[in-house]
Design a binder for this molecule. Structure first.
Ligand code: MN
Length: 433
């Protein structure tokens, strides 16, 4: 095992010092796991999770933080605000640091569990979920499929486009998704529309921003303050049925094509962890409009985006039966998003709409400038017209029953331990009979 170069990043838990680990000491993402039929908050460290409920019981945390850490979801901790979030991270970093006091180390060791053997749950009570459309590359390529003469609608470069998602059907990673039924477009003018299992089930590679601080109804969040309202982020799969979507989306946008299921990864990476991995807002092309003042801040333009490498893999049943590794379908990066997280929050609240603790704002499908950097099959297969050929000889226009889709995200920068967002994965179950 190679030691990380910077000693201040080292933990007495040696697995956390492995440069390939998603969860070094500098990361400590939050999650919730099941133990003795109860839900306990935890942080990931190396190959293990640290039970924060047990840390509170062992008097390792300050009293008000200890109370929040004994709740079954992260919302109470979110409500304590950024100063408490920083304090808790400092406390946990000290406890897990290579120089930790030996007496406290024993108490911490008693609260460690292997991640491999743990059941990770939905970490947040999510009151509301909004999905945006922040990737101009996604918007352009999808637009080109349906409107070759006008791929990008005239509003795109002025206003962050979004729709209201469905919070009740958000699932933790690992829970299978059943192929939904839906109403689809008639194949010809003489026939009426049909109803049945979707034939065009797709994934959408996205990031979820968790709102940690609310705003009162009627009080917009300025773009300059927006980052203070973000607790952290996760991977998100906005499952979509393209045949249903293309029939229902006009004039009010996506509805049942999206609301049947959304998967989230189990670990919530605190926004503070991502400071070293900030990136400038995507460069607007010559002639593009400058964002309106309520969406513009020089600081946000300078470092409002996040440099997070993302990848999508697929594992079919045939691949698993033949012991083949999942196949990477595409790679992309969140730094290419046209709208920054702060702009999404400023826009969402610009009419006075109140965000609540635990709300998810998702970025929308994250695609890059090249056609290979596509965050969904709709783009990769040109709406099914150019199916993918897999190493097993199988072809995929859209997802088949038994397919498992796996998202990963990583941040890498010289001088900083690499961090990984973990995985967001789910398999497709056949439609109900
Ligand atoms: Mn989406």
């Amino acid at each position: 095992m190679v030691k990380r170069s910077h000693p201040s990043h080292l933990s007495w838990l040696v697995a956390a010092n492995d440069p390939a680990s998603d969860f070094p000491l500098t990361h400590l993402p939050y999650g919730v796991f099941e133990i003795d039929g109860q839900s306990h908050l935890c942080v990931a460290i190396g190959t293990h999770l640290l039970d924060l409920y047990a840390c509170a019981e062992a008097n390792l945390l300050s009293p008000n933080i200890a109370t929040a850490c004994q709740a079954p979801v992260l919302n109470l901790l979110m409500a304590l605000g950024p100063r408490s979030w920083t304090l808790l991270r400092e406390t946990l970093t000290t406890l897990l640091h290579a120089d930790a006091e030996p007496s406290r180390r024993l108490a911490v060791e008693a609260a460690l569990h292997s991640i491999a053997g743990a059941t990770l749950l939905k970490p947040v009570h999510i009151p509301n979920y909004t999905d945006f459309y922040s990737s101009i590359h996604h918007a352009t390529r999808v637009g080109r499929i349906f409107r070759p003469d006008q791929p990008l609608l005239p509003n795109y470069k002025h206003i962050p486009i979004g729709y209201h998602g469905r919070a009740s059907s958000i699932l933790p990673s690992g829970i299978p998704v059943q192929r939904p039924h839906g109403q689809t477009r008639p194949p010809s003018h003489e026939l009426g529309p049909g109803f049945g299992p979707t034939a065009a089930l797709d994934y959408e590679l996205e990031l979820a921003l968790y709102i940690g601080q609310p705003n009162p109804l009627g009080t917009p969040i300025p773009v300059t303050k927006a980052a203070n309202h973000i607790f952290g982020l996760s991977l998100l799969n906005d499952w979509s049925t393209r045949d249903v979507q293309s029939w229902e989306y006009q004039p009010l946008g996506p509805f049942l094509a999206k609301s049947f299921a959304t998967s989230i990864s189990p670990w919530v990476t605190p926004l503070a962890v991502l400071e070293p991995f900030r990136a400038p807002a995507a460069r607007r092309r010559h002639g593009d409009p400058k964002p309106l003042p309520y969406l513009y801040s020089a600081a946000d333009q300078a470092h409002g985006n996040l440099n997070i490498k993302l990848e999508v893999s697929i594992s079919t049943k045939t691949m698993r039966d033949n012991k083949l590794d999942p196949l990477v379908l595409s790679e992309t990066n969140a730094k290419d998003l046209y709208w920054t997280p702060a702009q999404l929050i400023a826009h969402h609240t610009s009419n006075g709409c109140n965000l609540q603790i635990g709300d998810i704002l998702a970025t929308g499908t994250i695609s890059g400038s090249t056609e290979a950097a596509a965050g969904c099959l709709l783009e990769l297969t040109r709406n099914g017209a150019q199916p993918l050929k897999l190493p097993t000889g199988e072809v995929r226009a859209f997802l088949a029953d038994g397919d498992e889709v796996i998202f990963r995200g990583t941040c890498e920068l010289p001088g900083h331990p690499r961090i990984g967002l973990g995985e967001c994965r789910a398999a497709i179950l056949p439609a109900r009979p």
